[in-house]
Design a protein around this ligand. Sequence first.
Ligand code: 6PG
Length: 244
Amino acid sequence: MTDGEYHQPSARVVQVAATREELATAVAGRISEILAAAIAERGEARWVLSGGSTPIDVYKQLVADHAETLDWPAVRFFWGDERSVPATSADSNYGSARRWLLEPLGINGRAVQRIRGELGQRAAAEHYSGVVGVALEKGRWDLVVLGLGADGHTASLFSARDVTAGQTALAIATAAPVAPHRRVSLTVEALINTRRLLFVVSGESKARAVRRLFDGDSELPATHVLAGHQSVEWCLDRQAMTLL
Ligand code: 6PG
């Protein structure tokens, strides 16, 4: 169970879990709830998954607790960002989701619209801009889940240029300061076009970025995502909240 919910002035809901494990359980429950509501209302749920390592515990919890309770064949999977690597690479965000969520649930085929990291950055960004454009013509995402880097990046938006690129594209090539350097990311505009937006943050290393975000530090790419959505839901563990 989480420690409780705190409603922030900007209508942000903050759920706090005592440990990383409890965070994974709480986030899996919230994701299942959001997807089930979308399926009930519209017959399908379109979920933009985040990358990095934090979601893996959530995927495991979704398989453990929600494999039977959610109509998984009605879920459509997209990604907020990807590294320019093959799907078989240990660095692939799609590869992590496939290993820990999609394969255990028997999900594949057209329900899964991954970023084709093997194409190289520009071709992959161009291809995915088209995929996202078609998807958003049907309406907003139902759920976007984002992580947060210790430097305040989110998805693979690392610089001020990355944040402003969205006026012309839905997915862009970006450069990460850490390997894998070549990335493809949805733009701020493509990420905030969603009914529900969850930031999932775990660990002491993110505490300073969380503090700067809550202070509205405009130097952080994640601040621009936060500012662009009227009801962000924060899911944090206590370690990530130590500076609040
Ligand atoms: C990526 C992510 C990135 C990630 C954060 C947090 O491709 O790396 O999309 O934005 O969510 O860097 O990563 P961890 O969950 O590994 O701390």
